[in-house]
Design a protein around this ligand. Structure first.
Ligand code: NI
Length: 172
């Protein structure tokens, strides 16, 4: 297992539409394991393959808080097959370090996917797990949290990121 580099906005790989996994083999399992290790190292509650520069439809999620046992979910070729309700959470993203914004999403989602062994499963989720599922699924389609903001908030986030970039450049 290895911790991979997480690509940050506006890296162009984050905008690509990821391709389906054709076979869940050892290479894919290695990818999943690296993704989990990278997510826990960050730390974050979710990570999609495009965020480490791999254009495949794979993401991992673990929303357990520090005092809870970890519960890792692996989603390969996920499809959100049903949604209902709305909820708003303050979301962050490992590709947007240091920023968070309130984003409105469905409250309940049903997802179908393959697990780490290539077995199909269906999961009904609500609350933070539903948010994370929608956020990570967006990554597979090249959709990022900044796309979910209104024009004013988009400009504010753009300025915040530019300011942070200038500070980092000054440090370098
Ligand atoms: Ni993200």
């Amino acid at each position: 297992m290895a911790v991979r580099e997480i690509l940050e906005y506006p890296h162009p790989a984050l905008r690509e539409v990821a391709k389906p996994v054709t076979q869940v083999d050892d290479e894919i399992r290695r990818l999943v394991d690296d993704m989990a290790e990278t997510m826990y190292d960050a730390p974050g509650v979710g990570l999609a393959a495009p965020q480490i520069g791999v254009g495949l439809r794979v993401f991992v999620i673990d929303i357990a808080s520090e005092d809870e046992p970890s519960e890792l979910y692996t989603f390969i070729n996920p499809e959100i097959v049903a949604t209902s309700g709305t909820q708003t959470w303050e979301e962050g993203c490992l590709s947007f370090p240091g920023v968070s914004e309130e984003i409105k999403r469905a409250e309940h989602v049903t997802v179908r996917a393959l697990d780490r062994d290539g077995e199909p499963f269906e999961l009904e989720a609500e609350g933070l797990l539903a948010v994370a599922l929608q956020h990570e699924n967006d990554h597979l389609n090249g959709v990022l949290m900044i796309d979910k903001l209104n024009a004013l908030k988009k400009r504010m986030m753009g300025r915040k990121l530019a300011k942070k970039q200038r500070a980092e450049d000054a440090e370098a």
